[in-house]
Each structure stands twice: as C-alpha cells, then as structure tokens.
Design a protein around this ligand. Structure first.
Ligand code: ZN
Length: 160
C-alpha cells in the first residue's frame, strides 16, 4: 500500500484524519455553562466551544456535555474533535491542566510519560509541529477553551 508524499493521510496520520473525516461532538448545546468562540483572521479558521457542567462530584462539577465546532483546515477540525472527546468527565481544573499540557506538547517541551498518558490520543497532533504555520490551527480550539474558562471564573469568583 503506497501513499504519495503529498497525501494528507501520510502527513498527519490515522488519528487526525479519522477525527477530521468524522468530527465528534459538533452539535450545538441548548444550554451551556461555558461558551467561547475564537477566530484566526489570517487563515479564516474559527472554533466555537460550549461546555455544560453536571452536578458537583468531589466538590467540583465535571464537564457533562461538550460541543466543539470548527471551520477551516483539517488540523483545526481534528483538534476541536479530539479536544471535545477528551474533555468529557473532567473538572474545569482538569480541563485547564489538559490545555496546558497540550500547549507544552505543541511547543515541543519535553513531557514525562505521565503527561503523555494524560494526553492520550491528543499526542497524535504532535506531528503538526513539523508544519509550524499549522500550530496555531491546532491551538485555536484550546484558546477558546481557555477563554471560556476565564470568563466563567470572572462570573463566579472563587470563594464567593
Ligand atoms: Zn487552519
């Protein structure tokens, strides 16, 4: 089975192409506790993220529902889909930690095995580092996540 050098499957790998072709969690939520949209005017990519929180579990509510809608290149679509898949069941703090880990991965920081196992299939996006202009595309849904979390924490200050 030969693949041409310019075949995107060969460039990006199975996990990315699978999420690009069948993106998960694209349906908008009727009600959301966290919402944010990010736009990259340079390539026209757009990411819209919604989270709905469930009842508190061990003091912190966990993410019960996720909608991640991305428009643009294959990388932003795959990244948004993988993000949505990986946020289910996490607390907001765990979501923020995952976002930081993902940034570290995309910035090429050396990560210990425990961090890599935390990232799971998100590690597939590391290949994007070979195409630096695409790193922004991979990060855009995560920027939306971080912005959404910031807005939520402004709305409900800790200890209040
Ligand atoms: Zn893009």
């Amino acid at each position: 089975m030969a693949s041409l050098p310019d075949n995107p499957d060969a460039l990006y790998g199975d996990v990315i192409m699978d999420h690009y072709r069948s993106p998960r969690h694209r349906a908008p939520l009727r009600s959301a506790d966290v919402e944010a949209e990010e736009f990259n005017p340079f390539c026209g990519d757009r990411a819209t993220l919604q989270l709905r929180l469930g009842r508190p579990r061990h003091d912190a509510p966990a993410i019960e529902d996720v909608s991640a809608l991305a428009e643009g290149c294959s990388i932003i679509q795959a990244s948004a889909s993988l993000l949505a898949d990986n946020l289910h069941g996490r607390t907001l703090e765990q979501a923020a930690d995952l976002s930081q880990l993902f940034r570290d991965l995309m910035q090429g920081k050396p990560l210990p095995p425990v961090a890599l196992s935390e990232l799971g299939d998100l590690e597939a996006l590391e290949v994007v580092r070979q195409y630096p202009v695409r790193i922004k595309c991979a990060l855009l849904p995560w920027v939306a996540l971080e912005e959404g979390l910031r807005r939520l924490s402004r709305r409900s200050p800790a200890g209040g």
